[in-house]
Design a protein around this ligand. Structure first.
Ligand code: NAD
Length: 506
């Protein structure tokens, strides 16, 4: 299988056409957006088999993983966007102070313009089409660029997209680094990127030429913290599932485990059973277990295993010809080990032992900010303590990955794991400019003319009173006079109430 890259000589025409469709308001009517979202749904629904086959050929991904982790998520987002679009896109009228009671103030939800969506190879359908749902819903035109490493999927998307979506508004381009460098010379109104931090930096640099806003969905080392009081049989099943889903090549995959020696022993006792239950006696023969994307990534992972100073306690089997790496647990891993240098992005699970939760928290905080965090504990106070003292893009407590599958939870990183969030309503927000509009009536002039020069203190005092609130705390200027005013106010209310009672209530 080969992937034909888009000729860079076609870029100017593609961009011009999409820019002109946007300026001619082609993509803005809500009915148009809904129709395109229906078409995107149909693209996935009617070609489920083609997509699953492409994903199998790229990653040996099982149909269940392709449907749950990619296709069905996008379809659900399409349905949610169609259902809620009228509400999301409607102007928002805002609360205003006294000075603006005569004005009408609202926020328009304007599409941001022409957007570029660049995806990674590990979820090659999801990472371009899920953000596209948001771009269509928001009323933008878009170019999507699937990863060239998942070439079967990239070919399938390029072949099918024009059959379903309006080509005047949404196009797919294919290419590698050379094509991307060229594409980034053009002006976009937003760049939505999923991939590595190294490429993310290049994207930001290129975007800075036009001050283009970016969303960066990056990776990082997502830790698991195991308390000693948990159900280790359930924890083992969940950890095996999360680390072997797409063979660990998931941005939110649990990267390493932090736990005490006692918890490590309890976990490792349960792992063989969990592995056997899910993948049988010979994992390589299991139809449910994915492969590493290519030899370069296989070699990278094999080298990590070769260089580690830890002990492989479970797994360790690798087969380069088959791009197969068995789920592998490594104990006695220290913070300077090869396995702790960068995101593993494969089915290798290092265990770092710590004496207590505080040490686990210190360990996490000494590293870069993870995309996800997975604390396991039966004690809510411990969970709260961990969350209060760490940072991460998202969290699943007592399980892994699944916060990323809830469309109403914003998905994204923080710090080095990314900027911006999407999924569901948030995807609409990413590609929407909140445009503030104030409409001033002419009849309010008598009040508003107080703002004109020559300035007068009396006018200022009225405007200040109308526009700005007073603090409800003492400082050197008011010396707590607000308290006196409050006491005076309460006193007046009591007097009025007393008079009313005396006069009118017999
Ligand atoms: P990558 O950065 O190598 O490639 C991502 C995309 O960028 C590809 O489409 C590629 O063609 C393009 N690209 C390459 N060079 C470019 C350049 N100079 N300018 C512009 N674009 C360029 O990443 P990858 O190997 O495909 O993905 C792996 C990484 O992605 C991991 O770190 C993983 O954690 C992260 N990831 C994050 C998420 C998330 O949602 N946060 C999801 C999946 C993967």
């Amino acid at each position: 299988m080969t992937l034909k890259y888009t000729d860079i000589s076609e870029f100017p025409q593609i961009i011009e056409e999409l820019q002109s469709s946007f300026s001619n308001n082609l993509t803005k009517p809500l009915n148009y957006r809904k129709k395109q979202l229906e078409q995107l749904y149909n693209l996935l629904d009617e070609n489920e088999h083609e997509f699953c086959e492409a994903l199998y050929n790229d990653l040996h991904k099982h149909k269940t993983e392709s449907l749950l982790g990619e296709i069905n998520m996008i379809k659900q987002d399409c349905l949610d966007a169609i259902k809620h679009l009228d509400e999301w896109a409607s102007p928002e009228y805002v609360e205003v102070g006294l000075a603006h009671k005569l004005n009408r103030c609202h926020v328009r939800k304007d599409p941001i313009g022409l957007v570029l969506i660049i995806g990674a190879w590990n979820y090659p359908v999801n990472l371009v089409l899920l953000p596209l749902v948001g771009a269509i819903a928001a009323g933008c035109t878009a170019i999507i660029k699937p990863s060239e490493l998942a070439m079967n999927t990239a070919n399938t998307i390029e072949a099918l997209l024009p059959k379903y979506l309006d080509q005047k508004a949404y196009k797919c381009v294919n290419g590698g680094e050379k094509e991307m460098k060229e594409l980034l010379k053009y002006k976009f109104d937003h760049i939505f990127f999923t991939g590595s931090s190294a490429t993310g930096k290049k994207i930001m640099l290129a975007a800075s030429n036009y001050l283009t806003p970016v969303t960066l969905e990056l990776g990082g080392k997502s830790p698991v913290i195991l308390d000693e009081n948990i159900n280790f049989s359930v924890a083992a099943k969940r950890l095996i599932w999360a680390k072997s889903f797409n063979s660990g090549q998931t941005c939110v995959a649990p990267d390493y485990i932090l736990c005490s020696k006692k918890a490590q022993k309890a976990l490792l006792q349960e792992i063989p059973k969990a592995l056997k239950d899910q993948f049988g006696d010979d994992i390589q023969k299991s139809p449910d277990y994915a492969r590493i994307i290519n030899q370069r990534h296989f070699d990278r992972l094999a080298k990590l295993l070769e260089k580690t100073k830890g002990n492989i306690v479970i797994g360790g089997k690798i087969d380069r010809g088959d791009l197969f790496i068995e789920p592998t647990f490594v104990e006695n891993v220290h913070k300077n080990d090869s396995l702790m240098e960068e995101e593993i992005f494969g089915p290798i699970f290092p265990i770092v032992t710590v004496d207590n939760i505080e040490e686990a928290i210190r360990f996490i905080n000494e590293k870069e900010c993870p995309l996800s965090l997975y604390p396991f504990s039966n004690n809510n106070n411990i969970i709260k303590y961990i969350l209060d003292n760490t940072r991460s893009g998202g969290v699943t407590v007592n399980d892994c990955l699944i916060h990323a599958s809830v469309p109403t939870l914003p998905f994204g990183g923080t710090g080095t794991s990314g900027m911006g969030a999407y999924h569901g309503r948030k995807s609409f927000d990413v590609f929407t400019h909140e445009r503030s509009v104030l409409t001033s009536p002419f009849f309010s002039e008598k009040l508003l003319e107080r703002r004109y020069a020559p300035y007068k203190e009396s006018n200022y005092n009225i405007l200040n009173w109308l526009m700005f609130s007073k603090p409800k705390f003492a400082n050197k200027r008011n010396r707590g006079e607000w308290k006196i005013k409050n006491i005076f106010g309460v006193f007046c209310i009591i007097i009025v109430a007393y008079v009313i009672k005396k006069k009118f209530i017999k």
